[in-house]
Ligand binder design. Structure first.
Ligand SMILES: Cc1ncc(COP(=O)(O)O)c(C=O)c1O
Length: 400
């Protein structure tokens, strides 16, 4: 690894490159959200959750069950749809702890959002049965698992509706899918994006690619064009900027502005055009690289040391004891790591719920197809160095 390799920024999302078009269109036996017959493309996963709730035509203020372990974009659509949130805890597999939902809440609930975390989809047989017994609609959140099986069924086919996020698996700035294996999807009446948004969306795809050295051959020309564009934009926005001292508003941070818009053509075209084989195999092999590095480490352990044979990972989830220090350091090194430490303000503390400990201790190490083995190794080695630094005794001070 050269010195420039060690400091090079690593992409947090998939990138468009010539290699994106290579490989098999589909992998036999690997299911995908695209296999679900009733589908509608949206601007994002959060928009798909919002539109799934609208499809249910619930009375205003109806109760929707949401997990305590969440990113804010899972809660914001419920509130924006004029509904109320009640929380349930999760177990060590990330499945709902149905016992944390009291009977009064269950009796009032009209919908339940269940996520397959990290791309490790699980059977929702028990949850499906529980919802059916109470006439609660199940929304299966597949933002982390565009591909794979969830126990006995393909991903996305347990829920009355399934929702997915395209930007996590395809090189698009935004995009999502609302799907249903059992219901018709009523036309959501999405407003088409204007030409300006369309052009910006394609420019974003290309700019991300060339920023990270992709699209060899045309990259140099595009880099020049984007440099000029950015210079013009900078000149336009130069002026006094107010520093905000207000705490970040969760809803604002979720950027829900385009949830009733039709997706840009980047999502439509690239989702249809790009073969799945490379996306799936590269993610699996990156996951295996992380698994090798973290097999036996003090102060940390992989939540799932072995990848499930029928899964296609979104991230490699790593439990870290001293997570605050390690996460901050990894972020300051600009490495591709997330943590869901911003939970919705009124999230309750429930007995035996694994959610709060995951929000603090689980680091999500990205393993997408456009991170190379060297990129993943670099991220793993940086994390290992931080973990061992914790264990090293402090250097003796003064002459002995
Ligand atoms: C589990 C889960 N659901 C839904 C979403 C929302 O997806 P999007 O970012 O495409 O709106 C996310 C985003 O991070 C997510 O992690």
């Amino acid at each position: 690894m050269t010195a420039s390799d060690r400091t090079r920024q690593l992409p947090r999302t998939p990138l468009l490159d010539w290699s994106s078009f290579a490989g098999s269109r589909r992998l036999t036996g690997v299911h995908s959200i695209d296999d679900i017959a009733a589908r509608c493309l949206t601007t994002s996963g959060r928009a798909a959750i919002y539109l799934a709730l609208l499809q249910l035509r619930l009375d205003p203020g109806s109760l929707v069950l949401v997990p305590t372990y969440h990113c804010p974009t899972m809660v914001a659509p419920v509130i924006l749809a004029g509904l109320r949130v009640a929380y349930f805890g999760i177990d060590a597999h990330g499945l709902p702890q149905l016992g944390t939902i009291d009977e009064a809440t269950a009796a009032h609930a009209k919908a339940m959002l269940v996520s397959h975390y990290f791309g490790r989809a699980r059977s929702l047989a028990e949850v499906r049965q529980w919802c059916d017994a109470r006439q609660i609609a199940l929304i299966e959140d597949c933002a982390h698992c565009y591909f794979g099986s969830a126990g006995e069924r393909p991903v996305g086919t347990w829920g009355d509706f399934a929702t997915a996020s395209l930007s996590k698996f395809f090189p698009v700035p935004e995009g999502g899918v609302l799907a249903s294996a059992s219901r018709r999807i009523a036309a959501p009446g999405l407003t088409p994006q204007g030409l300006r948004v369309e052009l910006k969306s394609w420019a974003d795809v290309l700019e991300s690619a060339v920023t990270y050295g992709r699209l060899a051959g045309v990259g140099w020309a595009l880099t020049r064009i984007f440099a000029i564009k950015n210079q013009i934009n900078r000149a336009r926005t130069t002026g006094p900027q107010e520093d905000s001292i207000a705490p970040p508003d969760m809803m604002l941070a979720c950027d829900m502005a385009r949830i009733r818009r039709a997706p840009a053509s980047t999502a439509v075209v690239l989702r249809r055009l790009l073969p799945h084989g490379r996306i799936i195999t590269r993610r699996r092999s990156n996951y295996a690289v992380y698994a090798r590095h973290f097999r036996q480490v003090e102060g940390a352990y992989p939540l799932y040391p072995e990848a499930a044979a029928d899964a296609v990972p979104y991230v490699f989830p790593l439990w870290v004891d001293d997570a605050d220090r390690v996460y901050q350091s990894l972020r300051s090194l600009a490495l591709p790591v997330f943590r869901w430490d911003r939970i919705w303000p009124d999230t309750p503390v429930l007995a035996n719920d694994v959610g709060p400990s995951w929000s603090r201790h689980v680091l999500q190490l990205l393993c997408h197809q456009d991170l190379s083995e060297a990129d993943v190794t670099r991220t793993a080695i940086a994390a290992l160095a931080l973990l061992s630094a914790e264990r090293s005794p402090p250097a003796a001070s003064g002459a002995g």
